[in-house]
Design a protein around this ligand. Structure first.
Ligand SMILES: Nc1ncnc2c1ncn2[C@@H]1O[C@H](COP(=O)(O)OP(=O)(O)OP(=O)(O)O)[C@@H](O)[C@H]1O
Ligand SMILES: [Mg+2]
Length: 241
């Protein structure tokens, strides 16, 4: 992003990124379990989506379309959904001291609509600042694996969406875009090799996250001071896949 708020107000904002089928949703679930086992409060959510309106936008964007969909249309849809999601879910959760695990976020917009579709990346970064309310992840886990491996995993799953059905060349550009973003933001983005077993990948994630947990424990304890009881986890109401 061109301009970043250095960190969200209190909790910890972690995004999971990567090509189709790289294991984002699987690792979000495993990481959520790990964090809760450490006594932390988690909010698991996804983009596009995470609120009722944003999930409707997700469907409009990802369902099979009977007409060509311009790259700009995709970008505006995803930004509209993000603005709702940040305001309704992410900022309030961070203010409560929670760890927010978000399956895709701004880097996906840059990789898909920028690097792969060819929209200007710095323009997208500026629009994203508006859409994200300048909320920037504390940590972005980029699960990297060969395109063919990801697509094979994904296509063996129940259903594919409009972007899954793009050409191999498109997905190669997405992967290369993510890797370029990781070299541009080495402090925020950590590349996690994702070919190994789910458990091995999860252990690599835990090693990256463990040193960040003391700060969020402190934030959570401060927030808990004003509450008598709270649920340990919240899922954005509209399904994670
Ligand atoms: N490390 C792994 N090894 C083998 N299979 C895996 C691994 N991680 C996930 N899978 C399987 O691959 C498929 C895709 O995984 P998952 O849904 O977590 O990926 P994703 O990145 O969320 O995909 P999408 O971008 O389509 O949402 C699932 O069937 C999952 O069980
Ligand atoms: Mg997924």
């Amino acid at each position: 992003m061109t301009t970043q708020r250095s960190r969200p107000p209190r909790g910890l904002f972690i995004t999971l990124e990567g090509i189709e089928g790289c294991g984002k949703s699987t690792q979000a679930r495993l990481l959520g379990e790990y964090l809760r086992s450490q006594g932390l409060v988690t909010v698991e959510t996804r983009e596009p989506g995470g609120t009722p309106l944003a999930e409707k936008i997700r469907s409009a964007m990802l369902d099979r379309a009977d007409e060509p969909v311009a790259a700009e249309t995709e970008a505006f849809l995803v930004f509209a959904a993000r603005r709702q999601h940040v305001a309704q879910v992410i900022e309030p959760a961070l203010a409560r001291g929670a760890v927010v695990l978000c399956d895709r976020f701004s880097d996906s917009t840059l990789a898909y609509q920028g690097y792969a579709r060819g929209l200007n990346v710095s323009l997208l970064e500026r629009l994203n600042r508006l859409a994200s309310h300048a909320v920037t992840p504390d940590l972005t886990l980029l699960f990297d694996l060969p395109v063919a491996t990801g697509l094979a995993r994904r296509r063996s799953a129940a259903e594919t969406n409009r972007l899954d059905r793009e050409s191999l060349r498109f997905h190669h550009k997405v992967r290369a875009g993510f890797l370029d973003l990781a070299t541009r933001h080495p402090n925020r983005m950590k590349v996690v090799p994702a070919r190994a077993s789910k458990e091995t990948v999860a252990r690599a994630v835990t090693r990256i996250i463990a040193p960040m947990l003391s700060r969020v424990r402190q934030a959570m304890n401060e927030a808990a001071g004003s509450r008598t009881s709270s649920p340990r986890t919240t899922k954005a109401r509209h399904a994670l896949r």
